[in-house]
Design a protein around this ligand. Sequence first.
Ligand SMILES: NC(=O)c1ccc[n+]([C@@H]2O[C@H](COP(=O)([O-])OP(=O)(O)OC[C@H]3O[C@@H](n4cnc5c(N)ncnc54)[C@H](OP(=O)(O)O)[C@@H]3O)[C@@H](O)[C@H]2O)c1
Length: 231
Amino acid sequence: MKTLVITGTSRGLGKALALHYLSAGWQVLGCSRYESDWFHPHYHHVICDLTSEKEVVSWFRGMKKLGFRPDAVVHNAGAAAMNHTLLTSIDSFRRLWEVNTLSAFLVGREAAKFWVREKVSGKLIFISTVAVPLALEGEAAYVAAKAGLEGLAMSWANEFKPLNIAVNIIGPGPVDTALWRSVPHDARAKLLERLQEPRLTSPEEIASACDELLLASTWRSGERIYFNLKP
Ligand SMILES: NC(=O)c1ccc[n+]([C@@H]2O[C@H](COP(=O)([O-])OP(=O)(O)OC[C@H]3O[C@@H](n4cnc5c(N)ncnc54)[C@H](OP(=O)(O)O)[C@@H]3O)[C@@H](O)[C@H]2O)c1
């Protein structure tokens, strides 16, 4: 049975991806900061704050101790905030950077260490957003944090190639989750106008992009797959 680590599986896109892979016969190792309120015989949930180095290191050590051998990681956990820069506090900027960028560094580094120690190949997928290529206004701190994540992932695509670790980015358009529903109505309308088609990205479309990367028989690394961008 193949094993996939997915971060941020308590709700939203992470939960949808976890259910997709469980129904496809994978074992899924997920996490969030709190207990999970959903269960599956092949799903293993851990409480982990991904902005804490201690907790991320301990999660990956725990996997090894329990005999799990992840084939791939989808780093999905993240948070957004719609705020004009003049109204953005340093605490808010720091929080977005920690949850979107620092967490990616910790998860990617620990996964890579795991695969190198086990002498196996691995695949890392990072969930970003179309807000980065759109340089979306009104959420500069989020865009900066996700752009940081993309820079990290693209650098790793080069750095990890000799380690046989593929690194790719998926950048969805808006997805109907708690995160999207927290965005004010007019800001949602503005964002939709910037897309090729004014519609949401479905979790199924994102799962299908993950499938292509996870099941690829040829080497695929250093790609950024965005949804619904104007050419
Ligand atoms: N929804 C959209 O419109 C949209 C569009 C483009 C990209 N994205 C990206 O897609 C990803 C998922 O978004 P979503 O809409 O599904 O968000 P969501 O509904 O708010 O879910 C976020 C998940 O991340 C977890 N999480 C947050 N902070 C965490 C932390 N410090 N440690 C561990 N887990 C943490 C949350 O669990 P707890 O809060 O329980 O810890 C939850 O499971 C994010 O990276 C987001 O940037 C979303």
